[in-house]
Design a protein around this ligand. Structure first.
Ligand code: SF4
Ligand code: FES
Length: 273
């Protein structure tokens, strides 16, 4: 490993046609219970058109070329779709560019010679597995609790057989843009998952197809969320870092649906008893 360097200030603005060098302070941790620490590496010859993940690829080539362990980080689609690539970049979830996942963050947004600190999500519900990889399965527990609809069997229904007002369809599709990356949790001072849960619930509860499970979904998803994550105190950091710019309005809908569900489920329970 290279020794820590004192370089912290940008030396010059990145020229779009010139290679960039970065000083990467990367969190290294061998396993969930191993102690972690930052290690510093200088990576030169990077194109400003490279993504941040490609800079990590270059770093890993450097490390493996000298017999050292590469930095573990999650990634899959590299197109802002799968939600696996989250990391803290200079203290910001997914880095400095709003509405952008780490895989779509380009090096032209950094300065030549800049020191960039790279850490995993920091949240008790997302324990570190190795280096920058965290276990986000707590999100799966929330989705398992209610993030589904009754699937009818048989042939596909005719198009437009179920009419959905345009504004309802648009609100549901906006919420469905959530990619489950976890940035909202990592940025929240309480590690709350209300933006994620609100997005998943809004997507289904607004649509006709989501109505059979509507009240059970609201209650069960919130209960699962509260088992793992903190409370929402309206800081709004979640919305600010969300790569899909999910509106904090989904949290208002989540709270409203949960309150209604508490009454509806008791009433339905009384009828069946
Ligand atoms: S709400 Fe946004 S930040 Fe949170 S998991 Fe979904 S896409 Fe990521
Ligand atoms: S790698 Fe899929 S969203 Fe970034």
């Amino acid at each position: 490993m290279t020794s820590p360097t004192a370089t912290t200030a940008p030396r010059a603005a990145a020229d779009p046609n010139e290679a960039v060098a970065l000083v990467l302070r990367v969190w290294r941790q061998d396993g969930p219970s191993a102690p972690g620490d930052f290690e510093t590496y200088e990576v030169a010859g990077l194109s400003p058109d490279m993504s941040f993940l490609e800079a990590l690829d270059v770093l890993n080539e450097q490390l493996t070329g000298t017999g050292r362990m590469p930095v573990a980080f999650d990634h899959d689609c590299r197109e802002g779709i799968c939600g696996s690539c989250g990391m803290m970049i200079n203290g910001q979830a997914h880095g400095p560019l709003r509405g952008t996942a780490t895989c779509q963050l380009h090096l032209r947004h950094f300065h030549d010679g800049q020191t960039v600190t790279v850490e995993p999500w920091r949240a008790a519900a997302f324990p570190v597995i190795k280096d920058l990889v965290v276990d986000r399965s707590a999100f799966d527990r929330i989705v398992e609790a209610g993030g589904f609809i009754t699937a009818p069997t048989g042939s596909a229904p005719d198009a437009n057989a179920t009419r959905v007002p345009k504004e309802v369809a648009e609100a549901a599709m906006d919420a469905a843009a959530c990619i489950g990356c976890g940035a909202c949790v990592a940025a929240c001072p309480n590690s709350a998952a209300h933006l994620f849960t609100g997005a998943k619930l809004t997507h289904l509860n607004l649509l006709p197809q989501g109505q059979p499970e509507r009240w059970g979904r609201a209650e069960h998803m919130v209960e699962a969320m509260e088992r793992y994550f903190g409370s929402c105190s309206n800081h709004g950091e979640c919305e600010a870092v969300c790569p899909k710019e999910i509106s904090i309005d989904v949290i208002a809908l989540l709270n409203r649906e949960f309150r209604k569900a508490r009454f509806a489920n008791r009433r339905l329970g009384g009828q069946s008893g």
